[in-house]
Design a protein around this ligand. Structure first.
Ligand code: C2O
Ligand code: CU
Ligand code: CU
Length: 525
């Protein structure tokens, strides 16, 4: 959206926000200076329960108990780098993967065993990160989980080293790849950047009944970007404003796959299932293969699509997942690079020579995704995604519906009711919007006049026709790309639990600013 040079306080002025320059306080490592594809892609380890405990509400049922220690570790990102200091869940970055069956509950004790000081630049002017708050604190949220509010990892429920929180996850939901990450108010972007993220795979008999690639042919792939300094240490850039290090976005020059920089994976000439998570703070991935081959996307955030979608490029915004089937059978003996935008390499596949037997198939229909009818919605909420900047561009506030985190609840859907949320993006950025606890469907996106909307009393003037979601987004979602200058409509059934949750932009720099709001699911009267 271009709105001219006026500087009314309420205008969307990302141009001014961008005046707040990102400064590189030290020279960063250039990944191009390293030999690519010398480290094997790490296969993420699966967490093991330490014991079994009686399930809440049904003491005869036993549920596995996992103890996930959150600690500082040192590990190698690339053969030719020195060990990098990171924060890890269960000793690796990404953390160990939790695996469970739909309906099989689990306990997870998230134990904060971090050191007393933070190694990334905290901005004490951000809400929730005031100087009197301890620097080191964490709370872990399971993204995509339908879980009672007390176990959701509320951003204010953080705790300090030496403490832990034990959450029970009922896992009453369909097969999907969820992920866990830090959610601490005001420093979430730093804690995730430091390494506090990992996967949770929920399986069910429906999905296992399809003959999709499994076992060693099913490979989770966690992608994110980082900067490293010349000593191989994580580097988080800061703003040019003294005392306010927060930056509006971070796009690191090093893209990591399962925690390694430019790794390789030896594959058989057959089908593989890659379960991709965009775990980046702010980078959107658009993935393609150097061979030019197509692949199939079979699932999105909350599980399988109704039917596979054939693609050359898979797009995932921060927080989103893409479930991909890649067939290497026509590529025996080749070396294929997985690339992101601008053809930047992410990793390499080395396809073994010869022929193998591959019984796996991708059915032409996967799992029905019954459409929620718009007529079921009892409420439509217009929700503006906006940004306020002062005249110097020194302070930027990113807001949902002009409300700060600490303001009274405005979104309060009734349990089991259906609502339409209209995400009205008046900024120049795409914001991946995530709602906790629920899954939803995308209705459409429609161009509108953002200037008129902001300056003529929420005047809604459309500039185009509604565009349906892309086929790869036409399944159950928990995160949706709200494009600039567009109104993105989602339809949500608030199924699950009553209580306080949050919704927010999944660009972590935005979320740590003010682009997050609590919301309440309230009981039916
Ligand atoms: Cu991925 Cu509120 O989180
Ligand atoms: Cu979440
Ligand atoms: Cu955002």
């Amino acid at each position: 959206m271009k709105c001219g040079g006026m500087s009314l306080a309420l205008l969307s002025v990302p141009q001014m926000a961008r005046h707040r320059q990102v400064t590189m306080a030290k020279p960063v490592l250039d990944p191009n200076s390293l030999t690519p594809f010398v480290d094997p892609l790490p296969i993420l380890k699966v967490a093991r329960p330490t014991e079994f405990r009686p399930t809440p509400g049904d003491a005869k049922q036993k549920a596995p108990y996992y103890r996930m220690a959150i600690r500082q570790v040192e590990s190698k990102i690339h053969r030719d780098m020195k060990p990098t200091l990171q924060w890890a869940v269960d000793s690796s970055v990404p953390g160990a993967t939790l695996e469970t069956q739909s309906g099989q509950g689990m306990f997870v004790e998230w134990a904060n065993e971090l050191p007393k000081s933070h190694f990334l630049p905290i901005d004490h002017s951000l809400h929730g990160a005031e100087a009197e708050k301890p620097d080191v604190r964490t709370v872990i949220h399971m993204h995509g989980a339908r879980v009672p509010a007390a176990a959701d990892g509320y951003p204010e429920d953080w705790y300090v080293p030496g403490k832990s929180a034990t959450y029970f996850y009922p896992n009453m939901q369909d097969a999907a790849m969820l992920w866990y990450h830090d959610h601490t108010l005001g420093i979430n972007r730093l804690n995730v950047y430091a390494g506090l993220l990992g996967l949770c795979i929920v399986r069910d008999s429906f999905e296992s009944g399809l003959s999709l690639p499994s076992g060693k042919y099913e490979i989770p792939l966690v992608l994110y970007d980082r900067f490293f300094d010349q000593d191989s240490q994580l580097y988080y850039p800061v703003s040019s404003v003294p005392g306010k290090p927060w930056i509006p976005e971070l796009f690191g020059n090093a893209i990591l796959a399962n925690g390694k920089l430019l790794p390789y994976l030896e594959v058989d000439p057959r089908k593989y299932r890659f379960r991709v998570l965009n775990g980046a703070n702010g980078r959107f991935f658009h993935l393609s293969m150097s061979s030019g081959q197509t692949f199939q996307q079979i699932g999105t955030d909350q599980g399988l699509l109704a039917a596979p979608v054939t693609l050359k490029i898979c797009s995932v915004a921060p927080g989103e997942r893409g479930d991909l089937i890649v067939d290497f059978s026509d590529h025996a003996g080749e070396q294929i690079v997985l690339k992101n935008d601008m053809l930047l390499p992410v990793m390499q596949f080395r396809v073994v020579k010869g022929k193998v037997n591959d019984d796996c198939t991708v059915p032409s229909t996967l799992r029905p995704v019954p459409k929620i009818a718009e007529s079921e919605a009892v409420k439509t909420r217009p929700l503006m995604l906006g940004e306020i900047s002062d005249l110097h561009g020194d302070s930027v506030t990113m807001l949902l519906n002009n409300a700060h985190w600490s303001m009274p609840i405005t979104e309060n859907p009734t349990l089991d009711s259906v609502e339409i949320w209209e995400l009205i993006n008046v900024t120049d950025d795409a914001h991946p919007i995530h709602l906790h606890m629920v899954k939803f469907q995308i209705l459409d996106r429609r161009r509108f006049d953002a200037f008129a909307y902001q300056n003529e009393n929420s005047l809604l003037r459309y500039r185009g026709n509604p565009v349906p979601p892309e086929p790869s987004e036409a399944g159950w979602k928990d995160t949706v790309r709200a494009d600039p200058g567009m109104i993105t409509r989602i339809i949500v059934k608030f199924e699950g639990y009553v209580g306080r949750y949050v919704w927010h932009c999944h660009i972590l720099e935005h979320e740590d600013n003010e682009m997050m709001r609590p919301y309440d699911v309230v009981a039916k009267s």
